[in-house]
Design a protein around this ligand. Sequence first.
Ligand SMILES: [Zn+2]
Length: 123
Amino acid sequence: MASEVLCGRCGALLTNPNAPCPRCGSPASGGYYGPGARPRKNPALAAAFAVIPGCGHFYLGQNVKGLAYLVGIAGLQFFGFDLDLTVIGAAVGVPMELGGGGLWLFSIVDAYRTAKRMESGGS
Ligand SMILES: [Zn+2]
């Protein structure tokens, strides 16, 4: 399967994952914001939201990533769905050996770190 990446901000399909989104200009991963376009978020609040799967990333504006976490965590942890973990892993960048519980914890840490990165300005 081709490594297709969706824009974390507007959801456009990115043909080149390493190039900024052609539609909105957001970097491909959705986790990085260019100078002047960086929302300020509270890391503690992001982590608190992330206790509800995906909500930490919805709070951070990373709707695609949040949805991937929500589907992955809810499917694995609560419903036991046999999901295609490769797709989710590619979307959120998480090693899928972690399983549902590990993915849940990772999503909270990831939300915190992402907010921290937004807060610090990454300089
Ligand atoms: Zn975009």
